[in-house]
Design a protein around this ligand. Structure first.
Ligand SMILES: NC(=O)c1ccc[n+]([C@@H]2O[C@H](COP(=O)([O-])OP(=O)(O)OC[C@H]3O[C@@H](n4cnc5c(N)ncnc54)[C@H](O)[C@@H]3O)[C@@H](O)[C@H]2O)c1
Ligand SMILES: CC(C)[C@H](C(=O)O)[C@@H](O)C(=O)O
Ligand SMILES: [Mg+2]
Length: 359
């Protein structure tokens, strides 16, 4: 059966980086059927909604979805439920992609581009497993209200349930088992929360432990618990001490941006968002639409190309093609391919050329 990759380039640098990922896809998986759809601000401009039913249906019917980025200052005054970011949250929820995998891998050629010393990050290979369709992002009620005295009150509800915590914990353990890095200081799975302050955090810790004791212990994968603020600190102090970090939606968002700077640039970090087996995965760079450099040919397309790599690996079962892409990116970096964020002057297209030259 033909496999379909739905492209949702979105806003800002999204279309620029997806264009390069498409060149790579056409080279390593020429039989893959590519379709295109709208999401984000461009969808709001054309259709009055950041995610149309048509795009969501197309996504559900595809083998995988590759998304660029959404958002930008143009839509800052639009109502929250029509904002580009709402389109992103709705497609994640609509596809039930609850397991967001955010690898932070420091290519050896970039060890000096990191904000940290070479010895701290050289060889870094950690995986953040972020719960993506629950927590404070989706909890109800939320809103902004005006109080009788004229001041305002904004509120969000951080909530998790047992099944939500158990299913993401199972994914984290499966991934940690496949990686086998148990000898690191916090090797195996390190679950982070604020159980010292938040009830949803306390439940998170208790339910991770409960499913581990009841179902996962025999896998032989160590489990650690850490407070999220301490994890933020240890990530810059001793990043190679971690292997798989399991986090809720909000802490996973913040810690993955932090981890991006260990690898050299946010322009390098891909992600995979997975649902249950057999359902399409959603693949997107961790970075946003970068309005400050959009339209200038300055964006680093490697996060998008590596997101394609993750789609080949996790949804399309094309492991050899995925390995080829990783190798080509690594070699391109070794040969000096660098956009501005990595301290070079390559254009977005030249970065694509550099990868294609190695395929
Ligand atoms: N998945 C997504 O679509 C996603 C993710 C994060 C932010 N956003 C949205 O993007 C918009 C801008 O957000 P932001 O500025 O906080 O974050 P951002 O990631 O867009 O940009 C942060 C900084 O990193 C740089 N940068 C990001 N990606 C880069 C790349 N590929 N190459 C080179 N430099 C890169 C930008 O130039 C900027 O200086 C907001 O509307 C935000 O909501 C979308
Ligand atoms: C744009 C925003 C909604 C999104 C998030 O917070 O999940 C982004 O920061 C990300 O990391 O994918
Ligand atoms: Mg983020």
């Amino acid at each position: 059966m033909t496999q379909t990759l739905l492209l949702l380039p979105g806003d800002g640098i999204g279309p620029e980086v997806i264009e390069q990922a498409v060149r790579v896809a056409e080279k390593v998986a020429p039989d893959l059927a590519l379709e295109e759809g709208l999401i984000g601000g461009i969808s709001y401009d054309q259709l009055g909604t950041p995610l149309s039913d048509e795009t969501l249906e197309k996504a559900k019917a595809s083998s995988a979805v590759l998304l660029g980025a959404v958002g930008g200052p143009k839509w800052s005054d639009v109502a929250r439920d029509k904002r580009p970011e709402a389109g992103l949250l709705n497609i994640r929820k609509g596809l039930d992609t609850y397991a967001n995998l955010r690898p932070a891998l420091c290519f050896s050629a970039l060890a000096d581009a990191s904000a940290l010393k070479r010895e701290l990050v050289e060889g870094l290979d950690i995986m953040i497993v972020r719960e993506l369709v629950g927590g404070v992002y989706f909890g109800q009620p939320k809103g902004i209200e005006t109080l009788p005295d004229g001041t305002r009150r904004g509120f969000d509800n951080a909530e998790y349930t047992t099944p939500e915590i158990h299913r993401i914990t199972r994914v984290a353990f499966d991934i940690a088992k496949g990686r086998g890095n148990y000898d690191r200081k916090w090797g195996g799975v390190c679950s982070v929360e604020k159980s010292n302050v938040m009830d949803s955090g306390l439940l998170w810790k208790e339910e991770v432990q409960a499913i581990y004791d009841a179902e996962l212990k025999d896998m032989g994968v160590p489990l650690h618990h850490m407070l999220a603020d301490a994890c933020a600190m240890q990530l810059v102090r001793e990043p190679k001490g971690f292997d798989v970090i399991l986090a809720d939606n909000l802490f996973g968002d913040i810690l993955s941006d932090e981890a991006s700077m260990l690898t050299g640039s946010i322009g390098m970090l891909p992600s995979a968002s997975l649902s249950d087996a057999g359902k399409p995965g959603l693949y997107e760079p961790v970075h946003g639409s970068a309005p400050d450099i959009a339209g200038q040919g300055k964006a680093n397309p490697f996060a998008a190309i590596l997101s394609l790599e993750m789609a080949l690996r996790w949804s399309l079962g094309r492991i050899e093609a995925a390995d080829e892409v990783t190798r080509a990116v690594s070699t391109a970096l070794e040969k000096g391919a660098r956009t501005g964020d990595l301290g070079g002057d390559f254009t977005t297209a030249q970065m694509g050329d550099a990868v294609l030259a190695e395929l």
